[in-house]
Design a protein around this ligand. Structure first.
Ligand code: TXA
Ligand code: MG
Length: 325
């Protein structure tokens, strides 16, 4: 989608004034504020209902000066940036001292990402002369499904200018559809590179660039709210179910007069990720008793999708037994 330069410039001015603006990225829409303005960043947390100890990602232009945000940047960061920026990869680096605690959640690290969406790129060029950072978590209420269209953002926060969001920059539907892959490079000496959140850029692609295996998150890993067990969840209970059991389970539920919404996985992982959140939102609106989701394949390229579905299903343990009783 070609950026509309007037709306991009308007959004950049609003951000510079400390307002919140919803912005498109290739992954999901973000709820954005000037990362150098702690009050503006604090407003993101209150709008989302998110605990203030959770850090937010800072979005930067491709040629931004990273030393404004991070110190001791290891060569591994340069390799990954070279391979995957702009794109859906967030790097966790050691924070520079002047980065606001509102951005880092008071941790010693900062998350940086250069999005590839043309509208996000145009905004980053226009905002603070191309040298600013835009703090943006996903533009949804805490724990809920991330938005992948401008309308989803309006469904979450109300019309721009009336609720907490001053403007929604429309960049069309997101093409990736699930949040960025997050790699922690702050503890290379002791833990190596750590995969904090899987996404479209696969662990394997990252391992190929780095020439070593990625570790899984541990207790001491920087906090990632997307890694809470329950997250990305619709209001309707969501249950993952093996392909061969979808039809029989649906029939059994219907025999008990239960309303069943069903999501079949019929496509490749990229198409599935692109459409996943829009489909979950649509199914959530049916007011069914349960959303049955066919368990996707388990191979590597489905890792991001399986991760999100597992978290979306986390609070639904025991739901089927209850509905079938
Ligand atoms: O694709 C994405 O990453 C989207 C778009 C808008 O860029 N953003 C996104 O933001 O998903 P959010 O806040 O919903 O998830 C970002 C994750 C959070 O789980 C947060 O805890 C983690 O990144 N994160 C941010 N800064 C971090 C830091 N310094 N250390 C550890 N984790 C960090
Ligand atoms: Mg989120």
């Amino acid at each position: 989608m070609t950026p509309d330069l007037a709306s991009v410039a308007h959004a950049a001015r609003l951000l510079e004034q400390g307002k919140l603006v919803a912005i498109p990225t290739e992954t999901v829409y973000g709820l954005a504020a000037d990362a150098d303005n702690p009050e503006a960043v604090a407003n993101i947390f209150s709008a989302k209902g998110r605990p203030s100890t959770h850090p937010v990602i800072v979005h930067v232009a491709r040629d931004a000066d990273l030393s404004h945000w991070a110190v001791d940047i290891p060569p591994q960061a340069a390799y990954l940036i070279q391979a995957f920026w702009p794109g859906p990869l967030t790097l966790i680096l050691k924070r520079a001292p002047k980065v606001s605690d509102s951005v880092t959640g008071g941790q010693d690290s900062v998350g940086l990402r250069c999005p590839s969406h043309p509208v996000a790129q145009a905004l980053l060029k226009n905002f603070r002369g191309g040298q600013g950072g835009i703090a943006a978590p996903s533009a949804n209420r805490f724990g809920r499904v991330s938005p992948t269209t401008a309308q989803h953002v309006i469904d979450e926060f109300g019309e721009p200018g009336i609720g907490p969001v001053a403007a929604v920059l429309d960049g069309g539907p997101c093409t990736v559809g699930i949040e960025s892959t997050i790699v922690d490079l702050t503890r290379l000496d002791t833990h190596g590179p750590v995969l904090l959140r899987p996404g479209q850029i696969s662990a394997q692609a990252i391992e190929t660039v780095l020439g070593c295996a990625l570790a899984q998150p541990d207790q001491a890993a920087p906090r990632v709210s997307g890694s809470l067990d329950a997250h990305y969840a619709p209001q309707t209970p969501l249950v993952l179910i093996a392909s061969e059991s979808v039809a029989s389970t649906t029939a059994a539920l219907q025999a008990k007069q239960r309303q069943v919404a069903c999501l079949r996985i019929t496509t490749d992982p990229h198409t599935c990720a692109r459409d996943l959140y829009a489909q979950l939102r649509k199914l959530d609106q049916l007011g069914a008793d349960v959303i049955l989701v066919e368990q996707p394949p388990s191979h590597a390229e489905w890792q991001g999708i399986n991760d999100r579905l597992r978290r979306a299903a986390f609070d639904s343990t025991g739901v089927l037994q209850r509905l079938l009783a």
